[in-house]
Write a protein that binds this ligand. Structure first.
Ligand SMILES: *Cc1c(COP(=O)(O)O)cnc(C)c1O
Length: 379
């Protein structure tokens, strides 16, 4: 038997409380049974997103929420500024292009963050830009972009929407949607929210709803106006993913019992211990600036293939993390500390990484990273 541990940046482990809540018999989504369920989910998501606006609930993976954030608010030919600092930034560009938006890419070197002043300068130069698209956490590089700073830079442009893919960031990073002027924020179920894949969440500001009235792009399934009309009646436009929403309520209840500040502090503590353990082993972080609290991307020593590290961790030690994507493939290994994660998830991840690297002939002193993490996690 090989005991399995899931330390990937999504899907993440689902707590037993949430799993059990989803074992309830099916209820009908147009019956009165479902109304309190959806009402509770609505309120819970507003709390989590730190917004007074509606947070739409879609049955799709996170990318469905990203698609809807493009085809509900823009028109073909609209200019979009896409911050592209990794695999998911690239996805924004591809979605925008597939709907005929004119994409201007702001390329950010992988492992680095976008500078809000650069975005502000771009907008000053070209006030026709209708939307700025970015990731809160660029999961492929482990970097957290400065959403507060970007919000401040974009706020003064009345024709520009600020759209944030926070799919891997929500729960791990303190994101003040309303206070920071985020117009559209996208979340997903299988990362910080400790649920199986299958739900996307999108918060929409008044400014964005105004743009929605002028947007003529084709849409049928992801029709946000219709979703909003249904949401106020505690329904969704089509059959509701009842089971996942019941699980969502249980997950939000757990987070509320912990308290939002404590949730963020826990992620900061686990991320810090992971980063310091990596450094104690003589390894480098792939995120050269602003490493996130959701996932740590670790550079592999010379001559060690990150994909082989991923495979050995999985097959020999039962630990599923993540390798690198695209140009980072083979060069990095990623350990998440996201959602249902605590002290011993970090210890397991670091211990297994030490054993794997040592076994592959890297110059690693066993226990050095673990000791560093233990020291920090005792505090
Ligand atoms: C996981 C992830 C997505 C994609 O989510 P899916 O649920 O696989 O569609 C998008 N953006 C970021 C930053 C992610 O981490």
């Amino acid at each position: 038997m090989l005991k399995r541990y899931l330390l990937a940046p999504g899907p993440t482990p689902v707590p037993p409380e949430v799993l059990l809540s989803m074992a309830m018999p099916m209820i009908h989504h147009r019956s009165p049974d479902f109304i309190p369920v959806l009402e509770s989910a609505r309120k819970g998501l507003q709390w989590l997103f730190q917004t007074k606006n509606d947070v739409l609930i879609l049955s799709s993976s996170g990318t469905g929420g990203m698609v809807g954030s493009v085809n509900n608010f823009f028109n073909a030919g609209d200019k979009a500024l896409v911050i592209n600092g990794g695999k998911f930034g690239e996805r924004w560009a591809k979605i925008c292009q597939s709907y005929g938006l004119k994409v201007e890419e702001m390329a950010v070197e992988w492992g680095y963050t976008v500078k809000p002043a650069d975005v502000e300068a771009k907008l000053k130069n070209d006030p026709d830009i209708k939307g700025v698209f970015v990731q809160a956490v660029e999961t492929s590089t482990g970097v957290y972009h400065d959403i507060e700073g970007l919000g401040k830079a974009i706020k003064n442009f009345p024709n520009t929407l600020f759209i944030v893919d926070a799919i891997s960031a929500i729960v791990a990073q303190d994101l003040k949607t309303d206070e920071w002027g985020v117009d559209i924020m996208v979340g997903g179920s299988q990362k910080g929210l400790m649920l199986p894949p299958g739900l996307a969440f999108v918060s929409v500001s008044d400014k964005a709803w105004k743009a929605n009235e002028k947007s003529k792009l084709p849409r049928f399934y992801f029709n946000f106006k219709k979703e909003r009309e249904n949401l106020v009646k505690n329904q969704t436009n089509f059959s509701s993913p009842v089971t996942l929403i019941i699980g969502l309520n249980e997950a939000v209840k757990m987070l509320q019992n912990e308290g939002l500040e404590n949730v963020f502090a826990r992620h900061a503590r686990l991320a810090n211990a992971t980063r310091e353990a990596v450094k104690a082993l003589g390894l480098s972080l792939y995120s050269k600036e602003s490493p996130s609290n959701a996932v740590t991307a670790i550079e592999m020593p010379d001559g060690i293939d990150g994909q082989a590290v991923y495979k050995t961790l999985r097959e020999k030690y039962g630990v599923t993390g993540a390798g690198g994507q695209d140009r980072a493939k083979g060069k990095i290994y990623r350990l998440a500390h996201l959602g249902y994660a605590d002290t011993f998830d970090v210890i397991i991840g670091i211990a297994a990484l030490e054993m794997t690297l040592k076994g592959m002939g890297a110059n690693i002193e066993l226990g050095k990273g673990v000791a560093k993490a233990q020291e920090l996690l005792m505090q």
